[in-house]
Design a protein around this ligand. Structure first.
Ligand code: PLP
Length: 306
């Protein structure tokens, strides 16, 4: 590991396991815990650090001085990358989906302030960028530039996720995680003990394609996993009064913050599935809090703008 990365990780907090107490769980004889990757770092939270760590190490070992990546105007990924780039002294370029908004979102403003060069690309061009799947694949890269594809969908990202799984030191039956590209989910499926089942929750609508995407990322075929497509609440970054009310209730009962794009939807889904007897009595469930709380700010902003 590059010394600068070791130094950076030393400033991080521990991702603990928190037990969630609710009378509901006693009724259904379920135990629910959260793996608090949101606590790791206020900016490079959870999932994004797990996925970035070994990719950054690879880029640094190659002598790269610039990292180019892609994401939306509320992207937790670009936000984390911009911050880490600043700390590590790497130049970062963000290819941002869509037109430049009249007012930059809080996410974009941070990225800009941390020195990321923002280049807005049309939705059509953005889709085309998805074909460049490894670090050298982006056309016209110069020698010290490193391309990081969407979702950090590479073996190096999965390696960081495996570390998260290895930190879980209690016996458990089900591991739950929200899915965007499914990279985190793939890393978890790869890394869990044989008897554990893994449940992903899609944050996007019509995410049927995810199953094939995730299967393709696995290092060996496994049949211990499923992706639930039913709790997207209308689509990516869409919400409802019901979801907002659930999040507020959860936050006030547990003092654990959620955001509506990923973790709020997953927790809503888990509670709902418990009530539908989806889990067997006696089962212990762990939900991964993948962080992303900065996106909540972006989300509120967006709702005001609508
Ligand atoms: C990016 C992100 C995800 C999705 O991760 P994938 O590996 O793309 O599935 C989930 N939760 C949060 C908070 C995220 O920022």
């Amino acid at each position: 590991m590059h010394p600068e990365l070791i130094k950076l990780e030393k400033t991080f907090h521990r991702s603990i396991l928190t037990k969630i107490d609710d009378p509901l769980f006693a009724q259904y004889q379920i135990e629910l815990w959260m793996k608090r990757d949101d606590l790791l770092h206020p900016v490079v939270s959870g999932n994004k650090w797990r996925k970035l760590k070994y990719i950054l190490d690879h880029a640094l070992s190659l002598g790269a001085d610039t990292i180019i990546s892609m994401g939306g105007v509320y992207s937790n990924h670009l936000h984390a990358l911009a911050y880490v780039g600043k700390v590590l002294g790497l130049k970062t370029i963000g290819l941002v989906r869509g037109e430049q908004p009249e007012t930059l979102t809080p996410t974009l403003l941070d990225m800009k302030n941390w020195g990321m060069e923002l280049k807005f690309v049309s939705r059509a061009d953005y889709r085309l960028l998805r074909q460049y799947k490894n670090w050298q694949a982006l056309p016209n890269l110069t020698t010290r530039q490193y391309w990081l594809p969407e979702g950090g969908a590479q073996a190096l990202a999965l390696k960081g996720v495996a570390k998260m799984v290895s930190e879980i030191d209690i016996r458990y039956d089900v591991l739950c995680v929200p899915c965007g590209t499914g990279t985190m989910l793939a890393g978890i499926i790869d890394a869990v003990p044989e008897q554990v089942s893994v449940l992903g929750f899609a944050a996007l609508k019509n995410a049927g394609f995810l199953t094939a995407d995730v299967a393709a990322m696995l290092s060996r075929p496994r049949n211990n996993w499923q992706i639930n497509l039913d709790y997207h609440f209308g689509g990516f970054a869409k919400s409802s009064a019901e979801l907002s009310a659930f999040i507020e209730g959860f936050e006030s009962k547990t003092a654990i913050p959620l955001e509506p794009v990923y973790t709020g939807k997953m927790m809503y889904a888990i509670y709902d599935l418990i009530k539908q007897h989806h889990f067997k009595p006696g089962q212990c469930i762990i939900a991964v809090h993948t962080g992303g709380l900065q996106g909540k700010r972006g989300f509120d902003y967006k709702r005001e703008a609508l």
